[in-house]
Design a protein around this ligand. Structure first.
Ligand code: GDP
Ligand code: ZN
Length: 385
């Protein structure tokens, strides 16, 4: 069974994301480990995990053996987990991640007042990404009394009122003590598979690798691998795609390449469709894909959007954030990001000159982040016009 959904995990720093991810995947990997980058499976910031149901007691778990009664379990469903690091400076990464999420887990610690700054910011990122499937995890319940847990629950309820997470289930757990995880798994099983999106194949590249081990012969060498998610259409093994905007020397170009292999999780498949992470082995010179060089690019069969150097968009700002001509912004749109300078603005629209070009369609959602006291802050969003 291959992963059929991308689950994002977000929340304030120290609220327990890493602990929960470890509990679900059992093998969270060092994000920057060189070793893990080789291997067609994408593990950089991602991990696949499966939910199993015990054949005897019916309880859910993430292992093939039941942790309650040690009986054998049946595989129920496989997911790709995308970790959006919670460090305060990384909201742009959360925003990029959100373009790939089909659903999200928002982790909120029960022993702190809700909302903490990043809890708020990450929920906004989910709203901008229109992530409707949200599960709130009220973590660290082992540290609070029943009354405190209830008070915190009410704070969460109040916080999500009127937002996209208004009706999200709130599951009390202790990620560290592994308490309540089966209820979270129950909710994850209920999430509907994303609908197939008609249209020309379009793939957002979130990772790219050279998977060749040192010392292999030229005959054994395989092309660069791109990892990401299909957002539209489908692609068969052997078909060609265009990748853009690829930086070669100082120019941004588009390149055409044949897809030789398609992998979903550990499985090799004939076709790439939406849902979960997909790895495409191209015919490209692997050095072109090495060390995430193609991240932020798109791959598609035809009618790809133009490469834009100047972005025109609408804007709505949060709180009392202000913008003026000449300000530097970080633009996040789908899987691409760029620093840019505002060269024109009026009441409704912005024109931003980008440091590096991006490929986006009219109508795509753009997020604006600004460096405030050394941290990128999500200050607003808009639409490409
Ligand atoms: P992250 O920054 O959101 O990834 O948070 P971590 O997973 O690194 O957790 C931060 C700290 O909280 C670590 O010391 C964890 O061991 C601890 N922690 C995480 N979950 C729980 C929990 O359920 N109960 C308790 N008591 N501690 C927890
Ligand atoms: Zn059991």
């Amino acid at each position: 069974m291959y992963p059929e959904l991308n689950i994002g995990i977000v929340g304030h720093v120290d609220h327990g994301k890493t602990t929960l991810v470890e509990g679900l995947t059992g093998k969270w990997v060092d994000t920057f480990s060189e070793e893990k980058k080789r291997g067609i499976t994408i593990r950089l910031g991602y991990a696949d995990f499966s939910i199993y149901r015990c054949k005897k007691c019916g309880k859910l778990g993430v292992n093939k053996k039941c942790i309650f009664c040690f009986s054998d379990c049946k595989l129920e469903r496989t997911f790709s987990l995308i970790d959006a690091p919670g460090h305060e400076s990384l909201i742009p990464i959360v925003l990029t991640g959100a373009s790939l999420f089909n659903a999200a887990i928002l982790v909120i610690a029960a022993n702190e007042k809700c909302p903490q700054p990043q809890t708020k910011e990450h929920l906004r990122a989910l709203e901008i990404g229109k992530i409707k499937n949200i599960i709130i995890v009220q973590n660290k319940i082992d540290l609070v009394s029943r009354e405190e847990a209830e008070r915190n629950y009410n704070e969460i309820k109040e916080f999500v009122k009127g937002t996209i997470a208004e009706n999200a289930p709130i599951i009390p757990i202790s990620a560290q003590q592994r308490v309540g995880i089966e209820f979270l798994l129950e909710e994850l099983l209920l999430i509907k598979k994303p609908d197939y999106q008609e249209g020309d194949f379009l793939f957002l590249i979130a990772r790219s690798f050279d998977v060749n081990k040192p010392g292999i012969t030229p005959k054994e060498m395989v092309g660069g691998v791109i990892g990401g998610s299909v957002i539209r259409g489908k692609l068969k093994k052997g078909e060609e795609v265009i990748i853009k905007p690829v930086k070669i020397e100082d120019k941004y170009v588009e390149i055409k390449t044949k897809i030789n292999k398609i992998k979903r999780g550990e499985l090799e498949v004939e076709e790439a469709t939406c849902g979960g992470l997909v790895a495409l082995e191209t015919s490209l010179d692997p050095s072109l894909a090495k060390s995430d060089r193609l991240v932020g690019c798109i791959a598609g069969t035809k009618n790809l959007p133009d490469t834009i150097y100047k972005l025109e968009s609408t804007y709505i700002l949060f709180n009392d954030y202000k913008l003026k001509n000449g300000d530097t912004l970080l633009i996040t749109c789908r899987n691409s990001r760029s620093i840019g300078k505002i060269v024109f603005m009026n009441e409704n629209n912005l024109k931003v000159e980008l440091k590096n070009p991006i490929c986006v369609d009219k109508g795509n959602v753009v997020s604006y982040s600004k460096l405030i006291e050394g941290r990128w802050r999500l200050i607003g969003f808009g639409k490409v016009i």
